[in-house]
Design a protein around this ligand. Structure first.
Ligand code: ACO
Ligand code: KIV
Length: 524
């Protein structure tokens, strides 16, 4: 038995059946290129009878990529479908026709209105027809025909065996066992494949394939159960796209097989380093966002926020990671700073950013970080830099510091600021002022308490990082008696950041005056 699993990607066919995921020819070509570069063995490019657009897309993909992967087209058990599929595949060096017909009692009775004998007759006839069509091409020695008994997992096992045996005799080289409605469980699916292997005499002449849907969230588990019982092709889609809840996600089955090679003992031809970029491309093309906590390609798939996990990761990555982010092509920061982060991770980030803080300063910056993390979901590197900068500014002699701060603004009210400052002597002073806006009111109030009269000469506010909870950084300059002083402050509240920066500038002016006074006293 081969130990390489054929990865059959159906993003462009079943994936496109996801509501809202239709792709035009140009988009399908872009996705096909990415899938080929990813290393998928078979690209199911579409259902040519469905529309002229789908026909054109399959035809172009067959022409452009049929020498690098096998290009497959879907057909019902109808001559016109097979003809159209084969016409679209004409120029593919490696082509496959995929013929399907439902076999379960529910589908036979209510949808197709065909008896069992009719199902077998039609399936055999169309597999043979597809095989004969392909054999007309001189370079094809063994026509590549796949047959799918749709809704196989809900089909009576003995009837399924009969269909599979007869379609293999008719020329099917791959028999695909679809769990069309995502009804199977891993044990059930394992039983179906094992039963086929034990009861279909010619089963070894074809590759057994899985095609599992995710209605119960079991598509990947069922596909892997299929591999355990002998399937050697997995049909899947990038990002798990597909009809209803989707298909088995390619990235998940591939990484499960790779990561647990010790258990499955099989390989694939997928270049796993391309999984993440391919997923992003497909998400962009289809407009279907990838859920943040999605395995392998979700934004959180390799993110560690908790202090205990981050501490473990810093000692040894394998404490909390069973695969390396770079192996799936993920590049980015995997230790996410947030309110669950601890000192080890925070110090590691500070040092990575090139800062070296003594223990006292580190503790102050860490305290500021925890306070910020309570307000802000994610802390970016730019936030950390701002916090360190802020701490460096705080080292400047501060005669006054803010103890409490309150502003009132809005339409129909007079903007007012009430501020409580603590003097370095321990004295607490509270005052209030009104102004043109809350920032102006805060500045006036600070001037009243400190006794410094200043003229604002420059004021700017910028967002330090992204998101509506981003830190705002205020930079300003004031003129006091012809001398210029600069202040900077950061907070998620820009009014508060303004007050911090203004007070910092006022303190600098006081420090300067005091320095001058001290110099005068010393007679310098
Ligand atoms: C499980 C799967 O994912 S199968 C793939 C599903 N994908 C799609 O259906 C997407 C593309 N589909 C389409 O564009 C259209 O449905 C078409 C072009 C295929 C057919 O369109 P229409 O001719 O208008 O038929 P419609 O879709 O309404 O009904 C399906 C017909 O196919 C028949 N049919 C369904 N499956 C098969 C099959 N495997 N073999 C033969 N006939 C089939 C149905 O019995 C029905 O026949 P009827 O028209 O004689 O009653
Ligand atoms: C055509 C078949 C393979 C299918 O998509 C299904 O059964 O889900």
């Amino acid at each position: 038995m081969s130990d390489t699993i054929t990865i059959f990607d159906t993003t462009l066919r079943d994936g496109e059946q996801s509501p809202g995921c239709s792709m035009d020819t140009a988009e399908k070509l872009e996705v096909a290129k990415a899938l080929v570069e990813l290393g998928v063995d078979v690209v199911e490019a579409g259902f040519p009878i469905a529309s002229p657009g789908d026909f054109e897309a399959v035809q172009k993909i067959a022409e452009m990529y049929g020498d690098q992967s096998t290009i497959c087209a879907l057909a019902r058990c109808r001559k016109e479908d097979v003809d159209r599929a084969w016409e679209a595949l004409q120029h593919a060096k490696n082509a496959r026709i995929h013929v399907f017909l439902a076999t379960s009692a529910i589908h036979r009775e209510f949808k197709l209105k065909m008896a069992k004998e009719e199902i077998i007759r039609r399936a055999v006839e169309m597999v043979k027809y597809a095989s004969d069509q392909m054999a007309t091409r001189s370079d094809i020695t063994v026509p590549n025909v796949e047959f799918s008994p749709e809704d196989a997992s809900r089909t009576e096992l003995d009837f399924l065996c009969e269909v599979v045996e007869k379609t293999i005799d008719a020329g099917a080289t791959t028999v695909n066992i679809p769990d069309t409605v995502g009804y199977a469980t891993p044990d059930h699916f394992r039983t179906v494949i094992s039963y086929l292997k034990a009861n279909v005499p010619n089963i070894d002449r074809a590759v057994i394939s899985t095609h599992c849907h995710n209605d119960l969230g079991l598509a990947v588990a069922n596909s892997l159960a299929g591999v355990e019982s002998g399937a050697r092709q997995i049909e899947c889609t990038m990002n798990g796209l597909g009809e209803r809840a989707g298909n088995a996600a390619l990235e998940e089955v591939v990484m499960a097989l790779k990561t647990r090679q010790d258990y499955f003992k099989v390989e694939t031809n997928i270049n796993t380093k391309k999984l993440y970029p391919t997923s992003r491309l497909i998400s962009n093309v289809t407009g279907m966002a990838v859920q943040r906590n999605k395995a392998i390609v979700g934004q959180n798939a390799f993110a560690h926020e908790s202090g205990i996990h981050q501490h473990g990761m810093l000692q040894e990555r394998t404490t909390y990671e069973i695969m390396r982010p770079e192996d799936v092509g993920y590049v980015g920061q995997n230790l996410v700073l947030g309110k669950h982060s601890g000192r080890h991770a925070f110090r590691d980030r500070i040092e990575t950013l090139g800062f070296s803080l003594n223990d006292e300063d580190f503790q102050k910056v860490f305290d500021a970080f925890i306070a910020l993390a309570d307000k802000k979901k994610e802390i970016y590197d730019s936030d950390v830099i701002a916090l360190v900068d802020n701490q460096s500014s705080a080292l400047i002699e501060q005669e006054w510091s803010i103890k409490n701060f309150h502003t009132l603004g809005g339409t129909g009210t007079i903007p007012t600021a009430t501020i409580e400052l603590e003097h370095e002597s321990g004295k607490i002073v509270q005052d209030a002022a009104t102004g043109d806006g809350p920032v102006d009111a805060a500045f006036k109030c600070l001037e009243r308490i400190t006794g410094v009269s200043a003229k604002l000469t420059n004021y700017s506010v910028r967002s330090v990082s992204s998101g509506k909870d981003a830190l705002g950084e205020v930079s300003l300059s004031i003129d006091v008696d012809g001398l210029n002083f600069h202040g900077k402050g950061v907070s998620t509240d820009v009014i508060e950041a303004s007050a911090y920066s203004y007070l910092q500038a006022l303190n600098k002016s006081l420090s300067r005056t005091r320095g001058r006074r001290k110099s005068e006293q010393k007679g310098l």
